[in-house]
Design a protein around this ligand. Sequence first.
Ligand code: TPP
Length: 658
Amino acid sequence: MKYTDYSLSDHTKIKLYKQLLLPRLIEEKMLILLRQGKITKWFSGIGQEAISVGVTAALHPDEYLLPMHRNLGVFTTRGIPLSRLFSQWQGKANGFTKGRDRSFHFGSQEHKIIGMISHLGPQLGVADGIALANLLKKNKQVTAVFTGEGATSEGDFHEALNVASVWNLPVLFCIENNGYGLSTPTNEQFNCKDLADKGIGYGMESHCIDGNNILEVYTRVNALCSDLRENPRPVLLEFKTFRMRGHEEASGTKYVPQELLDTWEAKDPITNYEAFLLASNTLTADAIALLKAKMQQEIEDELQISYQEEDLPLVPEKELADVYAPFTYIEEAPNLTTENIRLVDAISQSLKQAMEKHGNLVLMGQDIADYGGVFKITEGFVAQFGKERVRNTPICESAIISAAMGLSINGMKAVVEMQFADFVSSGFNPIVNYLAKTHYRWAEKADVVIRMPCGAGVGAGPFHSQTNEAWFTKTPGLKVVYPAFPFDAKGLLATAINDPNPVLFFEHKALYRSLYQEVPTAYYTLPLGKAALLTKGTAITIVAYGAAVHWALEVLEERPEIHADLIDLRTLQPLDTETIYHSVKKTGKLIILQEDSLFGSLASEIAALVMEECFEFLDAPVQRVASLDTPIPFSKILEHNYLPKDRFLKALLALLAY
Ligand SMILES: Cc1ncc(C[n+]2csc(CCOP(=O)(O)OP(=O)(O)O)c2C)c(N)n1
């Protein structure tokens, strides 16, 4: 469509022009600074500005936007102070990440902008979560999320669109099809004519839009937003545009045919719009020149502010302190009335009571609604809390964990049930890269608990038996809880849900229905990071967690002559090193028993810590007893051989005799 085809006021047309011009002028300046080494990396959005600007201008200021690496126009149109942007790109304190992340990798709740992580795709699922929160709050808000056409090849794209469609979430999925993903042209990226056609497969409305025409982008998106606010649904938009510069400045455009660059140069969104404004007498050449000069001066002034800022001081303690969101544990003491229940019941009760306590808590998982989950933990929940808050999900761990992050960003709490802990590998990326790193990067919490039914001893083979806590204890930013008893599970889960940090909560399947304990009936909390001393003795320290605690208890019951401190860790991250060291300093001997395979496991970490911190107190080398370093076999005989239970007593006696 021609620019003349739109009936917008001159005021709107001029405003859009200014919004379009600013990111272009900033970029032109940044390209100079890049060559001078003042900034280190730049992903150019030159030629694509109409998309960022048009979409942002169409959204209300309190509606969330999730931009990518070429969407400077989102940030400028939302009115982020330029000096702060410049500080961000120079890694200075007045930026948004205290120098901890680069370019556009940050969010700002103040501006309702949620920046990307490098992995691209998770943004789309996060947008789902934000939109779900809006839907539950019934606030009639739209969420817009961006992706390049390259990232549409990621599974996250498929998962997020599918979830949005099944849940009818008001999300605008904005694909900027700029011809190349790094050096890969579109015909090597996907095999369909228009990406918008993919909407059909998801049961989703979709449109192709000329991404170089600001009036087209703004008018079409504006109309869609008005409609979506009243009739919530996802819409897929494919903006046709072109990447006029290299993927990032260092990589150049040698592989792009010159004629393509020439064709798109002629479609430049700013020069063409400018020509229209001049031809239609909306703006004069003098007015445009004046505008540009004023903006350039503003850019210079704001740059000076950022230059004058001191470099960030290095305060190592501050770096560590910012990995987790602050959380003040509030103790709610257990009541005196108890009932004898199983681990599975204790977890179910804890979840139910947390749902009653937190009106903003949403549960998500496969088959957790009417079916009650494969372990029946959420049986009966739908009747009490409704399907809005107890949500069956499609089989898409990555998008759902990303959506949980989005719920948290938009003021909700989320608990996600992995059907089996093994399947967390399909949602690994958002956990270790999004949830874990967000608070350190830009001080946003990730108020998400991921429940992990785990463990062997049930003859379920390599993909339904793993205890994969070490995948997560390694990652700064995550908390990992692993109770061994119903009482602990109930109180620790309550705290995990109160804690605004991402928590992996391990629940041993073999203990679910085999283990009973007297458990207080009402809501109570237990602190994370505190181990329990189950038996006291002076001869040796045994450290265990999960099912291994029960193996150790069995041995100690059979051999009352062994006087051991048995420590049940209960929480693996944070780890209660104080209790471990205190005991080892008393006994002089440490054996760690765990269900996980040995190499690179938590037992190895504890052994290393104790060697460093308690060396002078040790009377023998620290021993680790763990499963074999093989996948978990299916046959009962092989599984028994895999697990360390039968090897424990021998190792314990040997260490005692050392
Ligand atoms: C999961 C993942 N794989 C690879 C990369 C490296 N990478 C960064 S951007 C990019 C190209 C993205 O292309 P597209 O989505 O079309 O966006 P554009 O850069 O064209 O705007 C690649 C391959 C990455 N960041 N994340």
